[in-house]
Design a protein around this ligand. Structure first.
Ligand SMILES: [Fe+2]
Ligand SMILES: [Fe+2]
Length: 257
């Protein structure tokens, strides 16, 4: 079974780029299951029912998120209802949404777990202990993890923590793809960050001139989502009968217009 995981979809340009490119991705990678990080899908920050629907319509089987998930208040009720949308599991239990889900694909139950790093991001509990607790109770044939974290050291550590216990650990949040994709010795595919799905004429999805203005003047600047040169970024993992990975391949393709 092949799992296609797509990094943070940024705003309208990311959503449209993903939808336009998915047929090509299906041809090229023949994924059985598609999981997409949607935390930036609504106006560059956050997710709404509408943008989640657009990602599902593009072909996603499940959507993960991260620190921007609660940006849009009107989405809270949707997050509680949406069984195939997850937010970091190590947020306060009472927060809207769920931290993991199980989707059924070709009679296989695929666990999709979302965790947030604890370094530089706000969490209620350690992601390492949280994922141990989830793996004890989740009922599925194999799991994949979206580890939404800031720091490569914490991400790499999570790869080792989960090696041999999940099929894949995909890093997200930095929007910058890393070159360290590999299958760890016990069979878990790992990459520190898959990158984002959005404009490359940008700083992490935002128009470069606005980020530069803020960095140079140190004054508040209203961010706008960049639109030019959209790329789709992610990774494809081949999962074997043991629920572990045989391979991981990075995905970086210019979006179809
Ligand atoms: Fe993001
Ligand atoms: Fe993030």
């Amino acid at each position: 079974m092949r799992v296609l995981f797509i990094g943070d979809v940024v705003g309208g340009p990311g959503r449209h780029g993903l939808a336009a490119t998915m047929p090509e991705l299906r041809d090229r990678y023949a994924p059985d299951v598609v999981v997409v990080n949607g935390e930036n899908s609504a106006g560059g920050m956050g997710i709404t029912e509408k943008t989640a629907k657009a990602i599902f319509d593009a072909g996603a089987d499940a959507i993960t998120s991260g620190n921007h998930v609660y940006r849009h208040r009107e989405a809270y009720d949707f997050l509680d209802r949406a069984e195939r949308v997850v937010r970091p599991a190590n947020y306060p239990h009472a927060n809207p949404g769920r931290g993991y889900t199980v989707i059924e694909v070709d009679e296989l139950r695929v666990g999709v777990i979302n965790l947030s790093g604890a370094i530089g991001l706000k969490v209620a509990r350690s992601p390492f202990i949280e994922v141990d607790n989830i793996l004890e109770k989740i009922e599925c044939d194999f799991s994949i993890v979206d580890f939404h974290a800031e720091v490569t050291s914490e991400k790499v550590a999570m790869g080792w923590h989960l090696d041999g216990r999940v099929a894949a650990v995909f890093g997200t949040h930095t929007h910058v793809p890393t070159a360290d994709g590999r299958v760890l010795p016990q069979g878990t595919a790992f990459i520190s960050d898959v990158g984002m799905t959005g404009s490359r004429t940008s700083v992490l999805g935002v128009k470069p001139e606005l980020i530069l203005e803020q960095l140079i003047t140190q004054m508040p600047v209203k961010f706008e989502t960049a639109e030019e040169d959209v790329w789709v970024m992610g990774a494809v993992v081949t999962v074997n009968d043991e629920g572990l990975a045989d391979s991981i391949e990075q995905v970086m393709v210019p979006a179809q217009a």
